[in-house]
Ligand binder design. Structure first.
Ligand code: TYD
Length: 134
């Protein structure tokens, strides 16, 4: 499984740092939704789902967390610990977020609005779904 982790351009000067993200330029899709998680309690795992169509970029803009990616055949763990790093998660990838630092703010840029119908929240259903795709 190919893991796509972007290192966004940082505009730094004596005042500090700035990262700017433009759709279809720095981000490989049109951004229709932005959401973020913060105040995540210790030892909490979130996610546990895949999407049928949605594409997302995860950016831990403060603190750190880990993301487990699973394409049904292979699993990979990616650490997000820099505010200029973005992890791309395509459709059909089961994902879990965990090991959130107490100060973690996980920002997500998404290619579409929130549709519960796009979620696959059952792992067996996920395996069936991807096996029927190919
Ligand atoms: P949930 O899907 O449980 O988060 P995760 O699976 O990533 O841990 O989402 C928590 C709640 O927030 C749930 O009631 C649905 C709601 N929600 C929205 O209303 N819009 C959104 O864009 C997202 C991601 C969640």
């Amino acid at each position: 499984m190919q893991v796509i982790k972007y290192a966004f351009q940082q505009h730094g000067d004596e005042r500090g740092m700035l990262v700017a993200l433009e759709e279809l330029k720095d981000i490989p899709f049109k951004i229709k939704r932005v959401y973020f998680m913060y105040g995540t309690k210790q030892n909490i795992h979130r996610g546990f789902h895949a999407h049928k169509k949605l594409e997302q970029i995860l950016i831990c803009i403060h603190g750190s967390c880990k993301v487990k990616l699973d394409n049904g055949k292979e699993k990979k763990v990616v650490s997000l610990e820099k505010p200029y790093e973005g992890l791309y998660i395509s459709s059909n990838i089961w994902h879990e977020m965990y090991d959130f630092s107490i100060d973690a703010v996980l920002l997500v840029l998404a290619s579409d609005f929130y549709y519960e119908e796009d979620y696959i929240r059952n792992y067996e259903e996920f395996l069936n779904f991807i096996n029927n795709q190919s």
